[in-house]
Design a protein around this ligand. Sequence first.
Ligand code: GAR
Length: 208
Amino acid sequence: MFVELINLAIMISGRGSNMKAILESIKRGNVAGIGNVLVISNKQDALGLEIAENEYGVKTTTLLSNKNDKPFESRLINELKKDNIGPHNGLICLAGFMKILSPSFVELYKHRIMNVHPSLLPSFKGLHAQKQALLAGVKVTGCTVHFVDNGVDTGPIILQHPVRVYDNDDELSLSERILLKEHEIYIKAIKLFTQKQLLVVENRVIQI
Ligand code: GAR
C-alpha cells in the first residue's frame, strides 16, 4: 500500500531539546511515515543546530530574523520548498522557536504547524510560563502541544500533560520536570499527525 510520507521541518531558536527528542525517536524508528527532515533556526548560535548536524546528520539552515518579517517568511517558504515540505505534505514543528509567524504563513500551513508550550494552555501564555505558574501558586501545571493559529500560544490543543508543583520547586526544577513531559507529548502528537488521526473541528482536536 502506498502511504505518502510527511516531510518535517523543526524550527528552533536555542538548545533544541524537544528537537533532539523528536530526531531521536525518528532515528529509533518510533515515528513512522516521516520523509525529509530539515531543522531551521532563526539564531546562528542555536545549540540545537550542532546537535542536528553532528549527532543526527540532519540538514540544517539558519534564517536570521530581521525587523521586516516579509523577507524572513519568503526565505522560509523557499527553504521549505527545497525540501518538499509543502502545505499538503509537510509538518512544521516549532520547538522553542521564539518568533511569531505571520497570519498568511499560518494560513498557508493551516493545521500543519505545531507548537509546544510549558504550561497547561490557556494558562500562562508567553515567556517564562513555569515562573508564571510558581508566582500564581498553582499546584498543577504542565505542558501543551497545539496547532498554531494567529495568536501567541493559542490554537487547537492536541495533547496536554499535567505536572505537579511541589512546595520546594523553583523555576529550574519545575522546568526540568515539565520538559520531560514536553518531549513525550510532542512525539505522541507527531505520531498522531503522521497516522492521520487528528481532526480539527472548530477549536477542538478530535482523535479519530
Ligand atoms: C521549551 O520549554 C518550550 O516549551 C518553550 O521553550 C523551551 C524550548 O526548549 N517554548 C515556549 O515557551 C513557546 N512559547 P528546547 O529548545 O530545549 O526544546
